[in-house]
Design a protein around this ligand. Structure first.
Ligand SMILES: [Zn+2]
Length: 79
C-alpha cells in the first residue's frame, strides 16, 4: 500500500470519526496495512462458486495488533 493511499484512506476515516483509540488496549497508534476482499455469503452452506466479496481496508493497532476493517465504499474511497 502506497503512502499516498494510506493518507487518503486515513483522512476519509478521520472524517467519519472512525479512528478512535483501540478498543482492546486504548492505544492510539494505527497503521493501514493493506486491503482485504472480504467474502460475503448468502447462506452458511458451502457452494461450488466463489462468493462475491466486499473490498475493505485493514487497520492495525501498532501496540496490541488488534485488526479492524472498513468497507472502502462506505468511507467514500475507490481504489
Ligand atoms: Zn490495541
Amino acid at each position: 500500500m502506497e503512502q499516498q493511499e494510506k493518507e487518503i484512506i486515513f483522512r476519509a476515516l478521520q472524517a467519519k470519526n472512525a479512528v478512535p483509540a483501540c478498543p482492546r488496549c486504548k492505544g492510539t497508534g494505527h497503521d493501514l496495512v493493506g486491503y482485504n476482499l472480504q467474502p460475503v455469503y448468502d447462506s452458511p452452506r458451502m457452494t461450488p462458486e466463489a462468493p462475491p466479496s466486499v473490498p475493505t481496508v485493514l487497520m492495525l493497532c501498532v501496540t496490541c495488533g488488534n485488526l479492524t476493517q472498513h468497507v472502502l465504499s462506505s468511507i467514500g474511497v475507490q481504489v
